[in-house]
Design a protein. Sequence first.
Length: 256
Amino acid sequence: MKRMEIAIRAAKEAGIFLKENKDSISGLKYKGSHTNPVTNMDVDAQKIIVNMIKIYFPSDVILAEEEIGKNKSNKNMWIIDPLDGTVNYIHRSSIYTVSIAYMGEKALELGVVFAPELNELFYAKNKEGAYLNESKVHVSDKSDISLALVETGFSYKHREREKFIPIFSEILQHVQDVRVTGSAALELCYVACGRADGYWEYSLSPWDLAAGVLIAKEAGAIISTPSGEKLDIFKGDILAIAPSLYQEFIELINRR
């Protein structure tokens, strides 16, 4: 089977598992601080994904959030977040996703993000466009930043949050509004399909970004760091935004 087929099947299977077992959360632990929880459901969903990939592509490298094969490679590597939005999930919110990406020769080749309770499957292949449930999607054509809806998120580290507040305040004064969904993968997909005009955040992990970045890029978003440099998903600072808003937003975010 092709990698895209496996990625979609694995994302759906893990997502349905999460949805159907939402009342079975146990083993709640915290990674570093109380703002970064992990549950048995994160681990079990990841096992579903990894086991399926290993059946069809046993030699591929796995880079996954919950400790199963935290390896890093520049090729033939799957990048997996089995439950993006764990805080939402443990609070019984429907806003969470399964995120799966595959990196070939130093470039992302495919990305899949599945939101099981929304029944929305976002996916993209390199140079083949981005899709939502089989319909092609594209970023917004918004050009007036005062009418832009942008998204962001807050670091798990309180010190980083304190540094972020002035930036957040500056942006909030110049856009229509700012949203925080609690799932970086879904926020990138919302940029891809035009539900949001832009998204920026700092200090993320590659599994937070990989699939969503490719989907947003294939939908026409400009992808960079918030300072305007080339994105490195292993460093974690991200800006994804409609092309017509990019330059003004870059200038705004770096004004301070």
